[in-house]
Design a protein around this ligand. Structure first.
Ligand code: FAD
Length: 318
């Protein structure tokens, strides 16, 4: 069975959920081989094995990450040439998409980004994308070279499957051309204790209806172990950081559950959340457009509804 390369997304060996999703998808297409770059391999190995990686190619040279993403594209191109994989899967993050695009050029292959589903078909792969702010679903297939697919977070439920995880240290050094930019400083974000927005299973977002007070949104999110998002109106008003903006010009999320609180449901907001599996809205206007989209809607004041919901969830946990 042909290998399927999965670029591992991790922080010092702590493997992100997107990678277990990609390994789960890779098993539909062939034999998953993880590609691990950076430090913390020992911590990562167990997770990669648990989600079915049969092989792990790893590069220890710190040089690879010192020069942003270009060396990673070179590394994957080398692996594509050596291993002739059935497909290459990367996370559909800004970095993942840049790596995928560079890899597609280097290997003269077709590339599909922002896939929300990937399946095996006729010896290749077929993907599903949600386009035009989610108003169309597009199926596509790669017809040239090695299929390279950037997959959005939460596109699959991670399923465990013991893999051999035989690791092989690769002899790889980036070319001079790949060293054109260098990281000069890297600082961790201030930790909120909440999951990262694009990979959270539950996202609770606040909009202009919060009137700048996100405390009820945050309390409710914390009761669910959710990430907190915001509409552009809330971000533009300076109530929440831009890194939390959901929508066309913000982040695209696709969680199991999305709760929109005091958000009207403008098309540009929908573009970032309407592929969520279940959508709930709390809005005091029963004619708000968001209610056209929801699975469950609550017509009411968020300052009344959210504390009640938070109390009920806490009580149910006790
Ligand atoms: P509003 O539209 O003002 O809605 C507030 C809602 O809160 C109303 O429905 C109201 O009934 C409700 N409400 C008020 N008080 C309460 C209360 N106490 N309890 C319950 N409900 C209450 N927007 C994004 O979100 N993300 C983007 O990425 C984005 N990109 C854009 C790109 C472009 C090029 C443009 C032109 C616009 C973009 N926008 C984006 C802006 C978008 O068009 C909307 O203006 C924005 O989404 C509105 O935010 P909102 O729903 O919070 O505010």
């Amino acid at each position: 069975m042909a290998e399927v390369l999965v670029l591992v997304d991790h922080v010092d060996g702590k493997v992100r959920k997107t990678t277990s999703e990609l390994l789960t998808i890779a098993r539909r297409l062939g034999e998953p081989s993880a590609v691990f770059v950076g430090s913390g391999f020992d911590a990562a190995k167990e997770t990669l094995a648990r989600f079915g990686a049969e092989k792990i190619y790893r590069v220890e040279s710190p040089e690879v990450l010192e020069h942003l993403v270009v060396p990673q594209a070179e590394l994957l191109a080398q692996l594509v040439a050596d291993k002739a994989p059935a497909a290459v899967l990367v996370p559909s993050s800004p970095e993942g998409k840049e790596i995928a695009a560079r890899l597609a050029i280097k290997t003269e292959s077709g590339l599909i980004t922002d896939a929300v589903d990937v399946q095996a078909a006729d010896g290749g792969v077929t993907t599903t994308q949600s386009v035009f702010a989610g108003s169309y679903t597009v199926s596509a297939t790669v017809t040239k070279g090695t299929p390279i697919v950037a997959v959005k977070p939460n596109s699959a439920t991670p399923e465990e499957a013991a893999g051999a995880a035989a690791d092989e240290v690769l002899d790889f050094a980036p070319s001079e051309a790949a060293k054109g930019a260098k990281v000069t400083e890297s600082k961790p974000k201030q930790a909120t204790g909440r999951p990262e927005l694009t990979e959270a299973a539950i996202v609770v977002s606040g909009g202009r209806g919060t009137a700048g007070d996100f405390s009820k949104v945050e309390d409710f999110a914390d009761s669910l172990g959710a990430a907190v998002g915001a509409s552009r109106a809330a971000v533009d008003a300076g109530w929440y950081p831009h890194t939390s903006q959901v929508g066309q010009t913000g982040k695209q999320v696709s969680p199991q559950l999305y709760v929109a609180c005091g958000i009207s449901g403008a098309i540009q907001h929908r573009a970032g959340m309407q592929t969520s599996k279940t959508i709930v809205a709390v809005n005091k206007d029963n004619e708000a457009p968001i209610f056209e989209l929801v699975d469950f809607g609550v017509v009411g004041d968020l300052f009344t509804v959210l504390p009640q919901a938070t109390d009920a969830i806490k009580a149910a946990k006790d």
